[in-house]
Design a protein around this ligand. Structure first.
Ligand code: ADP
Ligand code: MG
Length: 260
């Protein structure tokens, strides 16, 4: 939002950039006997892009889902914009609207057109008129390069196009933060870059993002920080440059030797 004469300076996003937006404090979670998140502590500042990387099963998705409260936690606190995550009800719905989520498998509504996929949330949750929602949706579809697909059904699109629609759908809610959990892992190789380019564009635009990905090119270009997880713990956190060229822990070294 641009500040106007009547808007206090604190509502200007660029002024608030750098303040903590997501705070994860002493978070633990078990699935039965499996200790899946072990005393997780992390802060994501406004406008920051944090890449979460680590072996399969290390708890990356669980952490993302906990931040959106798709999963409960056993102990600890997660706050977004200073507010602890609400347990249920309207407050939870508001939280979900503020946290955009893009998953590995394209989970667009299969029986709705591309345009409807992007307008549904803004109409239902944000209370926009259909006309307003469509105008905004078309601008977002344009931004991610699929405006000419608006009338089609998701199944008629390529995986890369569907994932770009999923990003447009998340953006349509004007979220404070976007979580992307392996957004390119299910894509054919030739489609990965078109999705990464959209993500880089968002990052450059100042969107706060938590991205689970092993795409080193994205991490180097867009991430402010890389968090490496293994066996439910945050093992190290550093800049992409440091992490990829000089990982500190044995576990990170082992992991990188397998993926690079
Ligand atoms: P990652 O995203 O890093 O691959 P996940 O967060 O998906 O890891 O999973 C962490 C661990 O928790 C894995 O061992 C996984 O099998 C287990 N797990 C994930 N979801 C569930 C669930 N709903 N019930 C039981 N175990 C689960
Ligand atoms: Mg995962």
């Amino acid at each position: 939002m641009e500040p106007t004469d009547s808007t206090p300076a604190t509502s200007n996003i660029s002024v608030r950039r750098g303040e903590p937006l997501v705070v994860v404090k002493n978070v633990d979670k078990h699935y039965g006997d499996l200790h899946v998140l072990k005393d997780i502590n992390a802060v994501v500042n406004r406008g920051e892009v944090v890449v979460v990387i680590g072996p399969s099963g290390s708890g990356k998705s669980t952490l993302c889902r906990a931040i959106n409260r798709l999963e409960t936690i056993d102990s600890g606190v997660i706050t977004i914009d200073g507010q602890p995550l609400p347990a249920e009800g309207k407050a939870l719905a508001r939280l979900r609207a503020d946290v955009g989520m893009v998953f590995q498998a394209f989970n667009l509504f299969a029986h709705k057109t591309v345009l409807e996929n992007v307008t549904l949330g803004p109409i239902k949750v944000r209370g926009l008129s259909r006309a307003e929602a469509e105008k905004k949706a078309m601008a977002l579809l344009e931004r991610v390069g699929v405006a000419n697909q608006a009338k089609k059904m998701p199944a008629q699109l390529s995986g890369g196009q569907q994932q770009r629609v999923a990003i447009a759908r998340a953006l349509a809610m004007e979220p404070k933060l976007i979580l992307l959990d392996e957004p390119t892992s299910a894509l054919d190789p030739e489609m990965i870059n078109e999705v990464l380019e959209v993500m880089i564009d968002l990052a450059n635009d100042g969107m706060t993002m938590i991205v689970v990905t092993h795409e080193m090119g994205f991490a180097r270009k867009a991430a402010n920080r890389v968090i490496f997880m293994a066996e439910g713990e945050i093992v190290e956190g550093s800049t992409p440059e440091q992490f990829f060229t000089n990982p500190q822990s044995t576990r990170a070294k082992d992991f990188l030797s397998k993926i690079l």
